[in-house]
Design a protein around this ligand. Structure first.
Ligand code: KIV
Length: 257
């Protein structure tokens, strides 16, 4: 919140183990996300859907053991927050056993009651709007969201409502730059973009994507490989940090209109 108020860009990167966590911390990243993207980049699954709470706890523990400075956010996996009671139980595991500081969940209006209850129980929540990978089959694929007036208006309303019920951070994935800029200006909480343009309060990438080793045949347009211009993994992560801080990443070529 202080960084947003001071106009400082927030640098977020995923990590799933202790060694990458040490590299990330040394490079000056602000927030580590143990994303359920681990289903694809670590487990080799086709989507994030098969990821279990046990998997998230295990990887969050690995990261927490090496973490010294960064805020540690852990994803609530698919179907682990389909009722308020289940969400409280999942968030409890991620925080008590995993060592997470904040939990992230996907969805707008349908999640308001859950976010409110989590916040009321002292659990910091990061919401996630735009492209929701856990709803990939409902969305019919990984596509840019909020391009028409109606869906843009719904996203703005959802973002405000999530903040009003207690969300303390918001991830916007695959959203046109102009809409993401509007939502970032509208909210007091930090808005972290991935494929959402340069005007968000911060940026997040999957670490294996930005190191060019995720092995995916198709890489989304919002990904930039920072390895070719660096002489080490540490250097590539440091270049990512610098590019986000100075507003050089993402460029137009990693953004959507
Ligand atoms: O799972 C993940 O890594 C994420 C980011 C891509 C935002 O949710």
């Amino acid at each position: 919140m202080k960084m947003k108020q001071a106009g400082q860009k927030i640098v977020v990167l995923t990590s799933y183990d202790a060694s990458f966590t040490r590299v990330i911390e040394a490079a000056g990243v602000d927030v580590i996300l143990v994303g359920d993207s681990l289903g694809m980049v670590v487990q080799g699954q086709e989507s994030t859907l098969p990821v279990r709470v046990e998997d998230m706890v295990y990887h969050t523990q690995n990261v927490a053991r090496a973490r010294r400075r960064c805020l540690l956010v852990a994803d609530m996996p698919f179907m682990s927050y389909s009722s308020v009671e289940q969400a409280l139980s999942t968030a409890g595991c991620l925080m008590k056993e995993g060592g997470a500081h904040m939990v992230k969940l996907e969805g707008g209006a349908t999640q308001l009651k859950t976010v409110e209850q989590l916040a009321d129980h002292g659990i910091p929540v990061c919401a996630h709007l735009g492209l929701l990978p856990q709803s990939v089959h409902k969305l019919g694929g990984y596509r840019v969201q909020g391009r028409d007036q109606e869906s843009a208006a719904v996203m703005k309303e959802d973002a405000l409502s999530l903040q009003n019920v207690g969300a303390q951070m918001l991830v916007l994935e695959c959203v046109p730059t102009g809409l993401a800029a509007e939502i970032s200006a509208l909210l007091d909480i930090p808005v972290i973009g991935i494929g959402a343009g340069v005007d968000c309060d911060g940026q997040v990438l999957v670490i294996y994507d930005m190191l060019g080793i995720s092995g995916e045949e198709y890489l989304p347009r919002f990904v930039k490989n920072f390895m070719p211009t660096a002489d080490s993994i540490q250097g590539a992560v440091a270049n990512y940090v610098e590019a986000v801080r100075t507003g050089h990443f993402p460029g137009d070529e990693q953004s959507f209109s």
